[in-house]
Design a binder for this molecule. Structure first.
Ligand code: NAD
Length: 485
């Protein structure tokens, strides 16, 4: 059991202002896995003050991007040196199977750190442009103090998606991880401290929603970078809108995988299924609506059923396990609630639907496949966030696109076909921020990722992800002057 008594604020491990604590419970054993202090508004005040001072007066924003990148590289190397340990820690917090988590929860964040460390030397922070009226220096400056608010499902991954570009940009950060997964966030703070990050550049204050909202409203925060539910994102966007504070939102999804009538299922399903059920179905980009041509519907259902029935459910620390428990009892209640709703709506459970036999402890739900699903049903419209898939029939390519687009969300999606030209035609018509055409890769960190519609605002990753943390300033230069950049 990992216990932290102090917060990482202003580069020091400091005693909390309040005496509340957060218990981290292992979702596999239902036993305590750790305890951390619960941040209060006073702790957030201290963290924001430290970040403000470090931004206004400290060395960090004044270092070159490559000097800042060197710290990211050290942190990335330290994570790589203990991939297994970090994967097990995250798995203990939230149940991600290490068979997926070593790559998805740990290697991926190091790739994000490395990508932004590399971008530091190639990105044009200063650019002299020939304007219409004269020479202009367009310079990109850090946006200021960043509040980074993250969810529990891919905790280190989302932290990296915010901290890496924010820090390369020269921002200072108050990082508020969720109460479910504070342990890996504190581990990350230790790694930044060991890597020599100047004091105040990063503070880590785990807390719940109310204190999170206090951080969002804080007048000394310049920018909010949020990943989480659409409900919370709307609230945060409204607060930031009132204050004209910069903000970016990565929110929920209900992505559709379109299986075209010419798809080869033997090739498709090994790429599609891991993307549909990744992280025990607790993934924003999960392909949870499977759109099957009506004349191949039964074939698709049979092939999916066979593979899902064979998936190993159990202890996520067992490297052969593919599906672990849900993060918390309330999350299992939510998922089981949706399974009931789906049946009440008239959909049928082809596989799963209950709790796996032989697992008396832990918040497990069987991989569940719903058939005879209409896209208007709640199980096809709402984010369930568990190992539950819905197979929806369609007739004709245009109908498939229409069903895929009939969603408030627009985060990810995929198309599977033996004709890539046809697939690309479909990909261009689906209104989502990322898309897979016969590809198992939902996100490439060198390219933008984010949501259309209620799935978000702004794009993380790629140069676009850095630009979320930059302000552009145009400086008109005198004739004949050539700045030394
Ligand atoms: P959540 O919205 O309940 O919480 C996310 C974070 O926001 C937590 O740290 C929480 O404490 C904080 N929070 C909640 N309400 C807040 C408010 N009003 N003000 C300030 N902070 C607030 O989401 P969750 O259940 O932790 O995470 C699951 C959700 O995250 C799913 O909807 C999933 O799709 C989404 N998600 C999206 C992406 C993406 O990149 N688009 C990635 C991962 C998860």
């Amino acid at each position: 059991m990992k216990v932290y008594e102090r917060f990482f604020i202003g580069g020091e491990w400091v005693a909390p202002a309040g005496n509340g604590t957060v218990d981290v419970v292992n979702p596999t054993t239902e036993e305590p896995a750790g305890r951390v202090p619960d941040a209060t508004e006073a702790d957030v005040d201290r963290a924001v003050e430290a970040a403000r001072r470090a931004f206004d007066e400290g060395p960090w924003p004044r270092l070159s991007p490559t000097e800042r990148a060197a710290v990211l590289t050290k942190v990335s190397d330290a994570i790589k040196a203990d991939m297994q340990g970090m994967a097990e820690l995250i798995s203990t917090e939230m149940g991600s199977p290490v068979s997926w988590g070593t790559m998805g929860q740990v290697l991926a964040p190091t790739m994000i750190f490395d990508y932004y460390a590399g971008l530091a030397s190639s990105y044009a922070f200063d650019e002299v442009r020939a304007g219409l009226l004269g020479q202009i220096l367009v310079t990109s400056e850090p946006v200021g103090v960043v509040a980074a608010i993250t969810p529990w499902n891919v905790p280190l991954f989302v932290a990296a998606a915010k901290l890496a570009p924010a820090l390369v940009a020269g921002c200072t950060v108050v990082f508020k991880p969720p109460p479910e997964t504070p342990l890996d966030a504190f581990r990350l703070a230790e790694l930044f401290e060991e890597a020599g990050l100047p004091k105040g550049v990063l503070s880590v204050v785990p807390a719940g929603r109310e204190v999170g909202e206090y951080l969002v409203r804080h007048p000394k925060v310049d920018k909010v970078s949020f990943t989480g539910s659409t409900v919370a994102g709307k609230k945060i966007g409204a607060i930031c809108g009132e204050q004209l504070k910069r903000f970016s939102l990565e929110l929920g999804g209900k992505s559709a995988a379109i299986i075209l009538d010419d798809a080869n299922l033997e090739e498709t399903l090994p790429m599609l299924l891991p993307n549909a059920l990744m992280n025990n179905g607790q993934a924003c980009i999960a392909q949870t609506r499977i759109l099957a041509p009506r004349d191949r519907y039964q074939e698709v259902v049979d092939a999916l059923s066979e593979r899902m029935a064979a998936m190993k459910v159990g202890d996520p620390l067992d490297p052969t396990v593919e599906v672990g428990p849900l993060v918390a009892e309330r999350q299992r209640d939510r998922v089981e609630g949706y399974i009931k709703i789906g049946q009440e709506e008239g959909a049928k459970v082809a596989i799963g639907g209950g709790r796996p036999a032989g697992l008396d402890k832990g918040w497990f739900v069987e991989p569940t496949l719903f058939v005879d699903v209409d896209n208007s049903m709640r199980i096809a419209q709402e984010e369930i966030f568990g190992p539950v898939l819905a197979v929806i029939p369609y007739e004709g390519e245009d109908a498939a696109v229409a069903v895929a687009n009939d969603s408030n969300y627009g985060l990810c999606g995929s198309v599977w076909t033996s004709d890539p030209d046809r697939g690309l035609r479909v990909a261009r018509q689906v209104r989502t921020g990322t898309y897979m055409l016969n590809s198992p890769i939902p996100i490439d960190f060198a390219t933008p990722f984010g949501g259309y519609k209620e799935s978000g605002l702004g794009r993380e990753f790629g140069p676009e992800g850095l630009e979320l943390f930059l302000e552009q300033k145009s400086i008109s230069l005198p004739a004949g002057y050539s700045p030394d950049l």
